[in-house]
Design a protein around this ligand. Sequence first.
Ligand SMILES: Nc1ncnc2c1ncn2[C@@H]1O[C@H](COP(=O)(O)OP(=O)(O)OP(=O)(O)O)[C@@H](O)[C@H]1O
Ligand SMILES: [Mg+2]
Length: 602
Amino acid sequence: MLVRVLFRSFIYVWSTSKGWIVFSIFYSLATGMIPIATLWATKELINETAKFLGGLDNYRIVITLVSVQILLMLSSSLLNLFKKIFDEKVELLLGHNLKGQILKKASNVTMDLYDDPNFFNKLMRIENSTGNRFLSPIKEFFSFLENTISGVTVSIFLLSFHWLLLLVALIPLIPYFFVQLKYGKQRFNLLFNYTPLLRDADITARLITSRNSAKEVKSFGLSNHLFNRWSKKYLQNAQEHLKLSRKQYYSLFGNEGFGLIIYALIIYIILKIINGAGGLTIGDFVAIIQAVQNTQSKSQIASDNFAKILEDRLYLEDFFNFIEETSFNTKNKDKTYYKFPSPLKSSIEIKNLTFKYFNSTKKALDQISFSITPGEKIFIVGENGSGKSTLIKLLLGLYPIQQGDILFDGISIKSINDEELRKNLSVLFQDFVQYPYTIYENIGFGNIEKIDQEELIRLVSRKTGLDEIVNKYPKNYQTYLTKTLYDGEDLSGGQWQKIAFTRALFRNTQLVILDEPTAALDPKKEREVFQHFNDIAKNKTTIYISHRMSAARLADHIIVLKEGKIIEEGTFEELMIKNGDFKEMYELQSSQFKDKEKYVLF
Ligand SMILES: Nc1ncnc2c1ncn2[C@@H]1O[C@H](COP(=O)(O)OP(=O)(O)OP(=O)(O)O)[C@@H](O)[C@H]1O
Ligand SMILES: [Mg+2]
């Protein structure tokens, strides 16, 4: 498993920058050999200098050895310099590629994952750690290689004096490695368990800083309460981290103490055992001490590297799990799909459609069946929470079908490629997006393939009456609709709704779905929208969801939903004759205007 994850991240990095890998191998080998060379040069230099000071004429040798030492230090600095530049470049590239992968994956998942908090927990974990984490095991691996080479070569040098030296020098390494490994794992577990808490803190902080929520938070005087909530969660997480770090540092301190005892033991071995066996030169003595320190530090770094690789593996597994999660892709890429029938000839048929949201016990839709003939104007009405918006989300293929089916000219939605499907549908969502870009882009996003056709955008805006708003701004369509991203303008709720309405119509598809398109409009604008809509949607199939019952009069077919079920359907006249829920809702609304007595809110 470890090898597989390492190999995969290696392949990733290789595809991002082959040059970096080649350079890193060269760097590890070269810098791995430098300590032993330096050690040898130092030892020779001290011995030769001692002879020189004793009156020997070996001036040239001393100068040569000094030059070798300087050359070694210079090469080491140069290698480090290039490594830093190269590392930074690869980190940036990798950060871009991996974030790109996460964004692509998020674009491909179905909406049901957006209803699962675990999806966001995972997303936060991997978003916060991927860039460096990805490169980290590879870097650690090369560093491991470099330090192992140094460690082994210096160990051989030590062995040439006495095997006990090496054995004793390496003893503190064992507890050190296990401490690093243990705390690495615990850090990952901490991150895993505390991600929901961190997200709570994050979301709470954003409630205070975001423009959308600020007005309500201030008006209700919630700032303090939210601040305290954020602070509590933040500190709770920080304290856990601190507790863990403290434990780890204490353990490492204990380990260092142990290392000092070992050091004393080594000095004893050098002076008593090695010196006792045969005379040591001063150069030998210095070189042995240096070699012991080198062996210890290099093997410690190598063990750090190894423990770190094992820790990084956990983060990488998280990343690969996210990227490979097959339940994300509801539609099989290899399967052949049917084209969306364009134009629709016979019907859209909704058959026994039943749907439950993620982790929900309640059915949002329960055995819904009805059919739409091309060109028909459907009106869907029903209480809040009766399933109207859910139905259109399923029609758009945003959620996988669980039970029942939706058929377009007899072809199941499950056999139609999502892209194909959406090319033929336009939608105005109840909670549409206010893009923080220009008015032009806000409309153009309705049909990204035609976003360059300015005349078309102007034409649709004239038809929906949006041009009236646009013309008031000096920069017209190039006016930015944001106050946070750029210094632009902001619109009223109703004006935004008109933008979203225009965007949906700019898509110009055979099927148009509007979910509460006029909820924010004043009566005059609502009337205008109706007129424009009837004009634009003349030859289209439309599904219109609204609580404004008057709109139902224009529909060919009305569906009344209640608690996920169809309770009535028919034409306006049929439903009025039926004298059921629809008539009651209709009369309740119209009576509010006629009858002062009945118009009581509280
Ligand atoms: N993402 C979701 N996860 C879980 N439950 C959901 C989700 N969206 C909606 N629901 C639930 O599904 C039911 C139907 O919701 P839906 O949004 O379809 O109602 P609606 O008819 O559009 O209501 P409204 O008139 O208020 O817009 C409701 O009980 C709602 O609580
Ligand atoms: Mg709704």
